[in-house]
Design a protein around this ligand. Sequence first.
Ligand SMILES: Cc1ncc(C[n+]2csc(CCOP(=O)(O)OP(=O)(O)O)c2C)c(N)n1
Ligand code: SF4
Length: 249
Amino acid sequence: MVQPKMPRCWRVESKPHKFCPGCGHGIILKFLGEAIDELGIQDRVVFGCDIGCSLLAWDFFNLDTVQTHHGRTIPVMTGIKRARPELLCIAYMGDGGGYSIGAQHVVAAASRNEKIMALLANNTVYAMTGGQMAPTTLTGQKTETTPFGREPAVAGLPLQGPEMVAAIATEGAYVARGSISKPRQLKAFLKKGLENQIAGRGFSFIEALSACPTNWRTNAKETWAFVEDEMAKCFKVSEIKAPGAVEVS
Ligand SMILES: Cc1ncc(C[n+]2csc(CCOP(=O)(O)OP(=O)(O)O)c2C)c(N)n1
Ligand code: SF4
């Protein structure tokens, strides 16, 4: 039987962004938009954004968007997905939202293998509230609440989020860590995460190393060096778990 042709999808449109100059959120979202465009799934996507600087994306795309309470984007997207499984749900958040106040939702979604995609921007601080220490703050990194640098004996080590998710998630999950300094690779990870959801295999979790020059108080050169050298030394940029494979690098 001849299948009726699907209506042609529109292109994802965005407005000039509201992030500070040099912010990583705009770069991550640009590649998310391109990934959605290239997969032609615009009419099925629901985009959820957290409190934190990610909320500035609430009217960024011409996609159905839900702006949620701090840390609650994953459960909101999970509810939408369970009610309307044909939709493709993306939960976008910062490291404070995903690894601190909303950490239980990351753990629950991973252990239940919820068929949504979570995308987490790791900029090592609570940016929107002025640059306090986050779970991902590097050892020795100065923030508003660690003026002498993060001390592991007091505050522990930086949280390895994707590694934690990969350890909990079951077969069918896709887990990766990309970086704004490797945009093509980041887009490939985003497409794989979305394809995993399209195939209905399981939870997709992608962390993106991001930048917050405003709270880091860095110029363009220092910002880039911090992402490419300091952050990448602590957080391994690679695929971590893919369906049908135990470990991919
Ligand atoms: C329930 C609740 N607790 C605390 C806050 C205050 N708050 C707003 S944004 C934020 C931190 C956001 O940091 P992160 O999630 O890392 O995102 P970023 O701003 O760095 O992108 C906090 C603590 C809030 N809005 N709601
Ligand atoms: S405060 Fe940081 S994370 Fe927030 S918009 Fe500015 S540069 Fe981006």
